[in-house]
Design a protein around this ligand. Structure first.
Ligand code: FES
Length: 179
């Protein structure tokens, strides 16, 4: 083998060694990066959305058996109902109007004393429990929103991120008998 050929072989070997070194280094960086991401998720888990209470109405404005449709700042609608004549939180109920089956809007049918979803004939009790159609078969219920009463005023708990997007406040209320 000539001197020139030996130099060429040596040059190819050193190029291959460098390339292998780069590949190994890249692999290590990727592996440690993944490990760091897993560790970060473990140390700083995603926090649940913060919530806050927004004003809905004063108690005197909502008669027994009546409901109103409350629209949250992000546009979700909630049926807020007064079930009893008392002034305790157990006399009120806030149910999402979004059907848990595929997300259609449910509406109140006063003549049938039930919530009804027209998409697939879903039926819910006044407490939001699915008793007919796909939600009834799957044991699904309408989501319930927490409420609180302070000084004769009713408040609903919603995610605070919604508030940051664009508050609507009491203007979003609309009374409709039972929603
Ligand atoms: S979306 Fe309501 S029953 Fe299917």
């Amino acid at each position: 083998m000539s001197e020139q050929e030996r130099n060429d072989v040596e040059s190819r070997r050193s190029t291959l060694k460098r390339l292998a070194g780069y590949l190994m280094g890249g692999g290590l960086v990727a592996a440690y990066g993944s490990l760091a991401a897993v560790a970060a998720r473990f140390l700083y888990p995603a926090r649940p959305a913060e919530t806050g209470f927004l004003f809905v109405t004063d108690l005197a404005s909502l008669g027994v058996g009546e409901s109103l449709v409350y629209t949250t700042p992000n546009g979700a609608t909630v049926n807020v109902t007064r079930k009893g004549a008392g002034v305790g939180i157990e006399d009120f109920l806030a149910l999402s109007s979004v059907c848990p089956h595929l997300g259609c809007q449910v509406h109140w049918e006063p003549q049938n004393d039930r919530y009804f979803c027209p998409c697939h004939n879903g039926i819910f009790t006044p407490e939001g429990v699915g008793i007919g159609g796909p939600p009834g078969e799957a044991g699904q219920s309408l989501s319930q929103f927490p409420l609180k009463i302070e000084n004769g005023l009713l408040f609903i708990e919603v995610p605070l991120a919604d508030v940051a997007r664009g508050p609507e406040g009491p203007d979003s209320l609309s009374s409709s008998g039972k929603a």
